[in-house]
Design a protein around this ligand. Structure first.
Ligand code: CMP
Length: 139
């Protein structure tokens, strides 16, 4: 079925000038942009966004990293886009992410407490609905 998913270009991706490259790959794949916004996320939004990671050791560094500069938030649409976007993004750990993916081609491990991996994608249908409502209320 046609789905929507939340895309974030994280602060590392924005700082490194990779917004165009990420959007290019989404458009080249054929997914449709439904919403697009540059913003700096606040603590409350990020605590909610990462609620499933609450209590994990990397959640504080993760939230601090995600607040460290603007992110590009987008909603994209297409048949099976949740799985398709995760496939374009590649594995969470950029060291093992396959070449050809955004993380495999453009990210690496710098030894920080938090994995900086350029983009975020919703995990599944429930997460996508929750995250889209959080980042784009009223969409
Ligand atoms: P993402 O999958 O978009 O959402 C959770 C984020 O937490 C993940 O990307 C990484 O940026 C970060 N992350 C996940 N697991 C770890 C880990 N073991 N150590 C550090 N950061 C992590």
């Amino acid at each position: 079925a046609t789905q929507r998913t939340l895309v974030l270009v994280k602060p590392d991706g924005v700082r490194r000038g990779l917004v165009g490259e990420v959007l290019r790959r989404i458009e080249a794949k054929g997914y449709a942009l439904v919403a697009l916004d540059l913003r700096t996320a606040d603590e409350a939004l990020l605590a909610e966004h990462y609620a499933e990671h609450a209590g994990k050791p990397f959640v504080r560094p993760l939230i601090d990293f995600m607040r460290s500069g603007p992110v590009v938030a987008a909603v994209i649409e297409g048949h099976r886009v949740i799985e398709g976007w995760r496939s374009l993004a590649g594995a969470t750990d950029p060291t093992s992410a396959a070449p050809g993916t955004i993380r495999g081609d453009l990210a690496r491990d710098w030894g920080q407490k938090v994995i900086e991996n350029i983009v975020h994608g919703s995990d599944g249908e429930d997460a996508a609905a929750r995250e889209i409502a959080l980042w784009f209320p009223g969409l």
